[in-house]
Ligand binder design. Structure first.
Ligand code: PMV
Length: 321
């Protein structure tokens, strides 16, 4: 019985989180060292329409019908069934696993959705385009956190560095010179919806101040794009520091994030900032390849629960494997 497997990478936001929800540009890149993996096999002995789901990371093992429809796992599979409009789904077994930390700003929710959607569409014999997969994963993102910008599902689906503006066609970033980023996890889970909701409340209370911050972040993202695309990635270090200052002012950093950001700078990083929704989750630091080990050590010493070093580069589109 052939198995249909799809994987999807984690992601980090290099520039522009939060401001991207308000129409400013952001830059995100895939992180290949962590992944979600979905495998689907036909279940010849199963009743027609039976979909058995194993999701050991969240302790679920049972029929899809037992998962509430507004749960993201169900949301991803039901989105495919709706898209393909089959009368009845052939009996099958779905297994989903992920090495991406949950609620840490590494896009675990989007990666799980994309892997499930890609694998299920392939199993059903209707492989979907990346545009459609991303659109379906976006629907599921809305279940997770209300007003997502769409950046997570986009970068994870296309599996390439992206320059992203909400409701605009995705732009793939040219990246003539790869660069090294060290990711440090505070180990503090921070639901995206809560941080995004607080920023919204603050923006509503003081729109003038927040619009200025969003504009500043948007300009930083534009400048970073110019530097990356012209082969000067080292020049984005100071822009990361500026972006971090804006995020701190917006109230989405935290003492733990600040400590790791400072540790990275102290160990020779060219720039550092939180990545994702903030309040917890991950920070990122730009470094020369030679200093990556020093940075890793320093981040662990200052309390990081996990550190990943990743080479940011242009990568090919991701397919089923
Ligand atoms: O899912 P996270 O934690 O990487 O955060 C997503 C980035 C935000 O800009 C805060 C929200 C969004 O939808 O773009």
């Amino acid at each position: 019985m052939p198995a249909f497997t799809a994987t999807a990478p984690g992601k980090i936001i290099l520039f522009g989180e939060h401001a991207v929800v308000y129409g400013r540009p952001a830059i995100a890149v895939p992180v290949d060292k962590v992944r979600a993996r979905a495998t689907i096999v036909a279940d010849p002995k199963g009743e027609p329409g039976s979909v058995k789901v194993q999701a050991p990371d969240v302790g679920f093992d049972g029929e899809l019908a037992a998962i509430p429809e507004d749960h993201p796992l169900a949301g991803a599979l039901l989105a495919v069934f709706e898209e393909i409009d089959l009368e009845r789904v052939p009996a099958c077994k779905v297994r989903i696993t992920s090495t991406i930390p949950i609620a840490a700003g590494l896009g675990s929710g989007a990666a799980v959705s994309v892997a499930l959607i890609r694998a299920m569409a392939a199993f059903l014999g209707f492989p979907l385009s990346s545009e459609r997969i991303s659109a379906l994963a976006y629907k599921v993102e809305k279940i997770h956190h209300g007003t997502p910008s769409g950046i997570d599902n986009t970068v994870v689906t296309f599996h390439k560095p992206v320059y992203f503006i909400r409701n605009k066609p995705v732009e793939i970033l040219r990246l003539p010179k790869p660069f090294t980023v060290v990711i440090g996890d505070t180990g503090i889970t921070s639901p995206t919806a809560a941080a995004v909701g607080d920023v919204r409340a603050n923006w509503q209370a003081d729109p003038g101040r927040y619009e200025i911050l969003f504009d500043a972040i948007g300009e930083i993202a534009q400048e970073a794009r110019r530097m990356i695309e012209s082969g000067q990635p080292d020049a984005i270090g100071p822009l990361m520091d500026d972006n971090q200052s804006c995020l701190s002012e917006m109230g989405v950093s935290s003492p733990e994030l600040d400590r790791l950001v400072e540790a990275a700078r102290g160990a020779g990083a060219l720039g550092a900032k939180l990545s994702g929704a903030g309040r917890g989750g991950n920070m990122i630091a730009l470094t020369s390849a030679q200093k990556a080990d020093d940075l890793e050590r320093s981040l662990y010493e200052q309390g990081a629960k996990m550190v990943i070093t990743t080479l940011v580069r242009e990568v090919g589109e991701f397919h089923n494997d």
